[in-house]
Write a protein that binds this ligand. Structure first.
Ligand SMILES: *[C@@H]1O[C@H](CO)[C@@H](O)[C@H](O)[C@H]1NC(C)=O
Ligand SMILES: *[C@@H]1O[C@H](CO)[C@@H](O)[C@H](O)[C@H]1NC(C)=O
Ligand SMILES: *[C@@H]1O[C@H](CO)[C@@H](O)[C@H](O)[C@H]1NC(C)=O
Ligand SMILES: *[C@@H]1O[C@H](CO)[C@@H](O)[C@H](O)[C@H]1NC(C)=O
Length: 418
């Protein structure tokens, strides 16, 4: 039996009801009302970097044209309806100098209409605009930084432009500036009165772990935060991120929840470095980790295969689960790993990942009780999320033989029958 779009849709309706109910309950985290589920969208950095040569490469340089094109694609090709909402500018958008009043200013050759007009355009498409700044003397790309004395001005500038998200990077500063500045920007954004998703790169600059990083504090001042190094366009990079999250999950997993999320960085599906199977791995583990889903790819030319992965409704349903509980690595049996996430209504998502590169698909004989899924004694309905297939109703001890390709994944969606 094929998993029907209709079935997923009605579960999604129910899910939005639960989300609405959850909104009514007070919570102890950054209180700007945003990202009760992980944010989704598109971000320029991984794919487009600091390409500012619009004469040589007009279609791919960092310019208003690039962001408008991506907004068009997101609005017209089904992304927006699935929840991909933010179109996010990264580094290298500004001039090398501030204006006469000390404000950051967009490069007028690459952004002739200005950021406010770009925000208006993006909003007209039913989307939101993100921007980038750096808490330090310069941005990583060498553009003007946000120093402690320009934090309030920059927050006010972004709010006046009607920007909806700020990624605040951390090049060219030190730990003491960061300890003051990230909190100060959080207050400054709040003081603008505009809800602005606040993405903090702070922990990634401090090694991502206590005692240098205080995750309780981060949850109170930031909506999302980068814990670890930048994703690059390779399997090695994606695997190293997954391994770091697994190794440090006891610290990271409790830090995430509605309104505040760990961010393992952008999705690179649709780029050059990952195979089809490896792209599924990134999407599956990002769904298990309740990660923000910011694609960094070319939506104008993306392949059907890559789009199918990124637009997989069941994957997105798992990522956007309203319980907001990050999943964990539960079994390691080299080269296989099993990752499990608890979802609302006693549902589970379980990813079986094969890190092996010896060319042979591996099988992993298991059953629900071996995966610690035992609450519903009458058993569960089991679906294969990528194959979009109903595998059957399983008792707790019904054998399940999962076969996983090298550097590949199988993702099961498990629904109680009770
Ligand atoms: C500012 O913070 C207060 C207190 O946490 C909160 O109620 C309010 O919604 C926040 N406003 C914005 C725009 O983030
Ligand atoms: C930033 O600039 C200040 C003032 O010029 C200087 O003291 C500091 O060393 C610089 N910090 C970094 C990390 O470059
Ligand atoms: C950190 O940077 C600030 C501002 O650039 C500077 O005043 C301060 O001395 C630096 N602190 C350390 C420990 O280097
Ligand atoms: C971490 O931050 C929280 C919230 O601001 C604070 O109460 C706590 O004391 C901090 N923990 C450490 C170890 O500094």
């Amino acid at each position: 039996m094929v998993l029907e779009g209709k079935a997923v849709f009605s579960t999604m309706l129910l899910l939005s009801l639960i989300t609405l109910l959850a909104l009514a309950v007070p919570y102890l985290s950054l209180d700007n009302g945003l990202v009760r589920t992980p944010p989704m969208g598109w971000m320029a950095w991984e794919r487009y970097r600091c390409n500012i040569d619009c004469k040589k490469d007009p279609e791919n340089c960092i310019s208003e044209h690039l962001f408008k094109s991506m907004a068009d694609r997101m609005a017209e090709d089904g992304w927006r309806e699935l929840g991909y909402q933010y179109v996010s500018i990264d580094d290298c958008w500004s001039l090398k100098t501030r204006d006469s009043q000390g404000r950051l200013q967009a490069d007028p050759e690459r952004f002739p209409s200005g950021i406010k007009a770009l925000a208006d355009y993006v909003h007209s498409k039913g989307l939101k605009l993100g921007i980038y700044a750096d808490l330090g003397n310069y941005t990583c790309g060498g553009y003007p930084g946000t120093t402690l004395d320009t934090i309030s001005l920059d927050a006010a500038t972004f709010a006046a432009w009607e920007v909806d998200m700020l990624k605040l990077d951390g090049c060219y500063s030190n730990s003491s500036v960061k300890a003051i500045g990230y909190q100060k920007m959080s207050s400054a954004l709040n003081a603008t009165g505009r809800p602005i998703l606040y993405s903090c790169s702070w922990p990634a600059y401090e090694g991502g772990l206590p005692p240098q990083v205080n995750y309780t504090l981060l949850g109170e001042i930031c909506n999302t935060w980068r814990n670890y190094g930048d994703v690059q366009d390779s399997w090695d990079s994606v695997l190293s991120i997954i391994e770091w999250y697994g190794k440090n999950q006891d610290v990271l997993q409790p830090a995430a929840g509605p309104g505040h999320w760990n961010d393992p960085d952008m999705l690179i599906t649709g780029d050059f470095g990952l195979s089809f199977g490896q792209s599924k791995v990134q999407m599956a583990i990002w769904a298990i980790l309740a990660s923000p889903l910011f694609m960094s790819n070319d939506l104008r030319t993306i392949s059907v295969n890559a789009r199918d992965i990124l637009q997989n409704r069941l994957l997105l349903y798992i990522n956007q689960d309203s319980l907001g509980r990050q999943g964990k690595l539960i079994i390691e049996k080299k080269p296989l790993e099993v990752w499990r996430r608890e979802l609302v209504k006693g549902q589970y998502a379980v990813a079986f990942m094969n890190k092996g590169t010896d060319g042979t698909p591996r099988d992993f004989p298991t059953c629900l009780s071996m995966l610690n899924i035992t609450e519903c004694a009458t058993g569960y309905k089991v679906y294969d999320a990528f194959e979009k297939e109903f595998l059957g109703e399983m008792k707790l001890d019904t054998p399940i033989d999962v076969i996983v390709n090298p550097t590949g994944v199988v993702l099961l969606f498990i629904v109680p029958t009770c």
